[in-house]
Design a protein around this ligand. Structure first.
Ligand code: ZN
Length: 327
């Protein structure tokens, strides 16, 4: 995603598109309509400019629960609403957004050359594989189908049967993760040689310059699980490291949500201490063996909303007690 997609979303003809699905009542800065999911009269509102800086769709009735048919949480971004109502893949959704808004879609380019190992030359673009290929199925199962157009599969050699995720920090290529296609592959992840995983963090594909909410996770796929949610996400290439503080601050978040795996609870307070001067810090109610990718986008959205603001160590201890955690 880039500035072209932001422009396409900003110029997307919401009214004429939505008319295919439902009745519309007004079309100023906020477009009201009957909700196509729960059929609630005038309950869907699409806010062209939201607090987050991009369009948000909300249905109060779907949000209340019991009416949304399990299809959405009642609140989502414009691209997600387009995908929800149109069906199809993310790349089809983006194609439609570009085509209806008249803003042309930029071609995907391989990341620029750096010291880090380049994408292996014999890697196949995932987009050239059949839809039933194991690598594609793995991404779909892991809530990351949007990465199909950006990722590769290697057959043979050091990265045999691994999916290559190019890794970027704010648009700058830093190397790649080679993720096992099958659960039995060990280790689950390899990284390209000379890849910087101590100071750099992975910045997720859909991150936006104008978003001030940042989720911190432990991996590429954990970070990408937030792709459909109105927040930026970063991955720490394993556990959070003190040396990554600067990479995080430079992303300029106003609010940080610590979605580290549940077993990292004891490392949370030292981590938060580093960021307290720069941003508000929130902790989600992660339990047991949960991680963002196993929770999925809906579970992550719920946890974002249930996150507790942490300003002192006692806040975290209190929250831990409420959650019944071993402290
Ligand atoms: Zn609804």
């Amino acid at each position: 995603m880039g500035p072209e997609l932001d422009k396409a979303i900003a110029e997307f003809p919401i009214r004429s598109w939505l008319e295919k699905f439902t009745r519309i009542y007004s079309a100023g800065n906020v477009i009201y309509a009957d909700c196509p999911v729960c059929l609630g009269k005038k309950r869907l509102g699409i806010y062209r400019t939201s607090r987050l800086g991009f369009p948000i769709a909300v249905c109060g009735r779907c949000k209340d629960g019991g009416h949304n048919q399990g299809r959405w949480t009642g609140s989502t971004t414009l691209p997600s609403l387009v995908r929800l109502l149109e069906g199809g893949s993310w790349s089809q959704t983006f194609k439609l957004i570009h085509s209806l808004s008249g803003v042309s879609e930029p071609p995907w380019e391989r990341p620029a050359e750096t010291k880090a190992e380049k994408i292996p030359k014999d890697a196949f673009p995932l987009s050239s594989l059949q839809p039933d290929a194991a690598a594609i199925q793995m991404l779909q199962r892991r809530h990351a189908a949007h990465l199909i157009s950006h990722s590769y599969l290697v057959i043979g050699g050091k990265y045999h049967e691994r999916v290559i995720f190019p890794c970027n920090y704010q648009g700058k290529y830093t190397g790649f993760e080679a993720k096992g296609t099958f659960p039995a592959q060990d280790p689950k992840s390899l990284f390209g040689t000379n890849m910087e995983t101590q100071q750099a963090v992975y910045t997720a594909v859909g991150n936006r310059d104008d978003c001030q909410d940042l989720v911190i996770t432990e991996s590429v796929l954990d970070a990408e699980t937030f792709h459909t949610l109105p927040t930026n996400a970063a991955g720490c290439y394993g556990s959070f490291k003190e040396a990554q503080v600067e990479s995080i601050i430079r992303l300029g978040p106003a609010r940080i949500y610590w979605f580290l795996d549940a077993d990292a609870w004891s490392k949370l307070w030292p981590a938060i201490c580093h960021l307290l001067p720069f941003a508000e810090n929130y902790v989600p109610p992660m339990k047991g063996k949960e991680d963002p990718n196993s929770l999925g986008p809906d579970g992550c959205w719920n946890y974002l909303n249930e996150s507790r603001k942490i300003e002192a160590e006692l806040d975290l201890i209190g929250f831990g007690l409420e959650l019944g955690r071993d402290l």
